[in-house]
Design a protein around this ligand. Structure first.
Ligand code: ATP
Length: 359
């Protein structure tokens, strides 16, 4: 999904019509994807959507059933993993427990074993890169999970691969270490400029780390975009629901750019569900505005939840009985009480409309 401005040399990886079957089960359906040089791309999606399978196909660890993978102009579709140019980090650190940190990292450099001095220098550089100088003679068991993952990262980067593949590298770590290492990996990637693909099911991780996110579901790509594009302009109801919080309201498209919600008529640009009798209107909680009951859709306050920086107000629209939540800054919300009636405004520019599959 490269942009028209891409030249051949901007493209690191081109995946075309890639399908992967396990027996009768199709895990990936004709995937097309272009990854640019130096990009940090996240494959994001729920469990079983095929993100690890796609990463493993790129590595040659689980070859595709059909389709092609081109890296820097070379068709690598049928090369074994050892003939491909990548470094990989797995979720479970996969370090050798009986080797020191030094030897674990040097393992990636085993082709350079004959030049002991050059290898020592390179390992020292890598240790500095992942902030582990001084730990070279320790064994993995003496390191924390975060430190072990940094050793795995150093080992993956040892041969200066053109492509870094990260398979849920942070998910085995506790929350605090995860956030810290997230920043470290991102900074390291930016400094080295190495094209990186990371598999994750954690949307926060993808939103904070990726230049572009590939959202996957049931073996297909739902959307490719920057974190802001994915959040603000979800291409499908699946993406809208999967990323962040979203309200969905059932509406009935009328002529032109008008939607009926109960007996209320709403303006909604980008009206692309023509022909649908019923549609799903999506709006983020933070985009819902509250006003006087006379000035908007009348709604009853059901709950007020205190969440620190903001409060989450659960509302029922009086006329149609549908519910939605509004995130309101704490000061504004302080005066709200359950049972109270107020008005709700849905700003047209914040609305997204999707066909209702059940209609
Ligand atoms: P998770 O986050 O749970 O790892 P995922 O998105 O990475 O999920 P994959 O591991 O890529 O998902 O699996 C995609 C689908 O392919 C799943 O339904 C899985 O059961 C199936 N699958 C994966 N590997 C095999 C295999 N070796 N044999 C049979 N089916 C497989």
């Amino acid at each position: 999904v490269g942009q028209a401005a891409d030249t051949e040399t901007d493209i690191h990886l081109g995946i075309c019509g890639l399908t992967k079957r396990f027996g009768h089960f199709t895990a990936l359906h004709e995937i097309d994807l272009t990854i640019r040089e130096g990009e940090f791309v996240c494959f994001l999606g729920p469990s079983g959507c095929g993100k690890t399978t796609l990463l493993r196909a790129i590595a040659g660890l689980s070859p595709q059933s059909s389709g092609s993978i081109v890296q820097r102009g070379q068709d690598i579709s049928h090369l074994p993993p050892q003939a491909r140019d990548f470094g990989i980090v797995f979720q479970s650190y996969a370090l050798f427990p009986n080797l020191t940190v030094f030897d674990n990292i040097a393992y990636g450099l085993r082709n350079q074993r004959d030049d002991r001095q050059a290898m020592r220098k390179r390992v020292d550089e890598l240790l500095a890169l992942v902030d582990l100088t001084g730990s070279e003679s320790k064994y993995p068991a003496a390191l924390s999970g975060g430190q072990q993952q940094r050793v795995a990262l150093a080992r993956a980067l040892a041969t200066e691969p053109a492509l870094l593949l990260l398979d849920e590298p942070l998910s085995a770590l506790d929350a605090r270490v995860r956030v810290h290492l997230r920043g470290q990996i991102k900074a390291l990637q930016a400094r080295l400029g190495v094209t990186t693909i990371m598999v994750t099911h954690d949307q926060e991780e993808a939103l904070t780390m990726a230049d572009r996110i590939v959202v996957m579901n049931h073996g297909v790509i739902e959307q490719v975009g920057t974190p802001a594009e994915i959040y603000r302009q979800p291409a499908s109801a699946f993406v809208a629901e999967f990323i962040g919080s979203m309200n969905f309201l059932t509406v009935f498209p009328e002529d032109g750019d008008v939607l009926r919600l109960g007996s209320h008529l709403l303006d909604c640009p980008r009206h692309d569900v023509a022909g649908c009798e019923r549609a799903r209107l999506a709006i983020r909680p933070e985009a819902v505005e509250l006003c006087d009951a006379e000035q908007g859709l009348r709604a009853r306050v059901e709950h007020v939840e205190f969440l620190g920086a903001f409060q989450r107000i659960s509302l029922t629209l009086e006329e149609c009985g549908q519910t939605l939540v509004a995130d309101i800054n704490a000061r504004e919300a302080d005066v709200l009480m359950p049972g109270q009636t107020l008005g709700v405004r849905l700003p047209p520019q914040a609305l997204r409309l999707f066909a209702d599959p059940g209609a």
